[in-house]
Ligand binder design. Structure first.
Ligand code: HEM
Ligand code: SF4
Length: 552
């Protein structure tokens, strides 16, 4: 993984000291609240329902055991002993004290972490596939390009005050596990007719109150032009994006207003000035970025392992976990382990200090000291030897992180909702509990197959509800929590927005409504058809009829 050089470290250290002084002046009454607001947001510090909320950047979701240990220490010393992983693969702390935030940032800087650009109208953390670099069908590892984008975009003077926040996702495999089509820019590594690898560029995707699937603006961009082309897109947005209305400020609104052809024309015209200029990536630069993501020193003997088969046949619980929570690895003898941060009746994505330390230890002992965070709020240990899986499973099980529910109905994305978020309309964590209580029979969930349920506490859509098989959106009706259900969304390569089922349902009816929906699915399902395919095949009507006949 990327390691800071002296310039990076100095920059981060200096930012900590700058913020320390800003916080001191604010607390001493020397800096008015509105001036401090802009400064704290530049350092990932929001003010939420109970306390400040600090969002720490995890570039492209990749971090080390040492960094995880530091996060555990921070949660213990400065917070309430836990943190929350988000759909943008960052971690949030919900209870820091404002006066201690400079100390937290100083501790983070010791392990090459910070909270810069995790908030504000700038280029946010670039996200990617959590299985990058270990897939046999990957065209190329996307992480070096994420790192190149990170270096270019961090504290970029021209793009520090964009009309609105800006999110980029990069993928390198045919599958899309980074929800790239609902990002401001989605970059897909692709091969052209000449066999060269470059990027397909999508622009103008996003969720929130106006959900939009990104549109292709360039089918093939040679790699060396990556930054100059991104620069051209950002310039067109910076100049033409709306600044008069916060709700119409994202690039998706501009692309829709101009039409994708006109938007593309503007970008290409801007690019003419920039291409082959100083942003052009040389082969040496690309190789340098790649050098930070070299394959590990895999054990060639790992492929000879015979112990796994015995363990699998001897222990049914282990076998179930193996099937649900591990994934193929391109190196024989290895698997990727998905650590479930969706234990029974605990908030999705939450992790305690003890669990953080355990993961740090496991990563160190069994997975080359690296950890990845995923956009569906889980963690991945990407490089575990098959012969170590049993030990890893036992340890994870002891730490309540081996629930074999990956891909099932209870592997939900859930934003914190009204319990923490000042923007929320409704609670989400109680609804997630209600669903967990109703659907606690794993065998039933396995029979249903892969289904993803995503939930947001308001229209901002932090929980990606628009792109779920079953989406749940909290709405406020005269001070009461109601929930609007959508079906048939996808954030995968076939990205599409879910359709609204009908009238919102009352808080105590959400799990029952899901039960009715699943009843229709089971009735119409062909063989082992997936929920999403049945919805596409039979449409919304049978679901509507059933749900509203029963619930109203
Ligand atoms: C302090 C708490 C939070 C605040 C104030 C907040 C605020 C917002 C706002 C205002 C939007 C809408 C932006 C727009 O459409 O222009 C948004 C979108 C989003 N946020 Fe949050 N959010 C918070 C926490 C989270 C959490 C916990 C997650 C992940 C679980 C998250 C991930 C996202 C994502 C994925 C989107 C939608 C994607 C898009 O940008 O189109 N945020 N957030
Ligand atoms: S969706 Fe709404 S309630 Fe949930 S975290 Fe985002 S802003 Fe808060």
């Amino acid at each position: 993984m990327y390691q800071y050089n002296e310039v990076d470290q100095t920059l981060v250290n200096e930012r900590v000291e700058q913020f320390r002084d800003q916080t001191r002046r604010f607390l001493a009454g020397e800096l008015p609240e509105d001036e401090f607001l802009a400064l704290r947001l530049m350092n990932g510090l929001y003010v939420q329902r109970h306390a400040p909320m600090l969002r720490v950047a995890i570039p492209y979701g990749l971090f080390s055991s040492e960094q995880m240990r530091k996060l555990a220490h921070i949660s213990r010393k400065y917070d309430k002993g836990y943190g929350h992983f988000t759909t943008r693969t960052n971690i949030q702390f919900n209870w820091p004290k404002l006066e201690e935030v400079p100390d937290i940032l100083a501790e983070l800087a010791q392990v090459q972490m910070h909270a810069i650009q995790t908030s504000g109208n700038c280029i946010r953390n670039t996200t990617t596939d959590p299985f990058s670099g270990i897939l046999s069908n990957e065209l190329e590892d996307p992480r070096p390009y994420c790192e190149i984008i990170r270096q270019w975009s961090t504290l970029h003077p021209e793009f520090a005050y964009l009309p609105r926040k800006f999110k980029i996702a990069v993928t390198g495999a045919p599958e899309d596990r980074a929800a790239s089509q609902v990002h401001d820019i989605g970059l897909h590594l692709v091969k052209n007719a000449e066999g060269e690898i470059g990027f397909e560029v999508l622009v103008g995707g996003g969720l929130g109150r106006t959900p939009v699937i990104g549109k292709v603006v360039r089918e093939f961009l040679p790699k060396q032009h990556l930054l100059s082309y991104l620069d051209a897109i950002l310039r067109v947005y910076n100049l033409n994006g709306r600044r008069d209305n916060k709700y119409k400020a994202r690039i998706k609104i501009l692309v829709n207003a101009l039409g994708v052809e006109e938007f593309t024309r503007l970008v290409e015209a801007e690019w003419e000035f920039l291409r082959d200029g100083e942003l052009t990536l040389t082969d040496a630069e690309i190789e340098r970025a790649k050098s930070f993501f070299k394959p590990f020193d895999y054990d060639p003997k790992a492929a000879e392992d015979k112990t796994l088969a015995d363990k699998l046949s001897a222990d049914q619980s282990f076998a179930t976990w193996y099937e649900k929570n591990t994934r193929e690895h391109k190196v024989e003898g290895y698997r990727a382990v998905i650590v479930s941060l969706k234990p029974y009746l605990k908030p999705a994505g939450d992790i305690t200090d003890v669990q953080m330390d355990l993961i740090a230890d496991l990563a160190e002992q069994y997975s080359f000291g690296e950890i990845r965070s995923t956009h569906d709020q889980n963690l991945v240990l990407a490089d575990v030897k098959k012969s170590d899986l049993f030990a890893v499973w036992q340890a994870l099980d002891g730490g309540n992180m081996a629930r074999p529910n990956i891909g099932t109905l209870t592997d939900m994305i859930v934003c914190p909702g009204f319990d923490f978020c000042a923007l929320a309309n409704a609670r989400t964590l109680n609804i997630a509990d209600q669903i967990n209580e109703k659907f606690d029979d794993l065998d039933y969930l396995y029979e249903l197959g892969d289904i993803n349920v995503n939930m947001s506490g308001c229209i901002n859509a932090c929980g990606h509800h628009h792109v779920a098989d079953i989406g749940i959106l909290g709405v406020d009706k005269k001070g009461e929590d109601w929930y609007q259900i959508t079906l048939g969304g996808s954030s995968r390569e076939d990205a599409r927005l879910g359709k609204i089922l009908g009238k919102a349902v009352a808080a105590d009816e959400v799990a029952n409504t899901i039960e009715s929906i699943l009843g229709v699915f089971v009735e119409h399902r062909l063989d082992n058809e997936l929920f999403r395919d049945t919805v596409q095949r039979i449409g919304m009507d049978p679901f509507k009829e059933n749900v509203y006949a029963v619930a109203h």
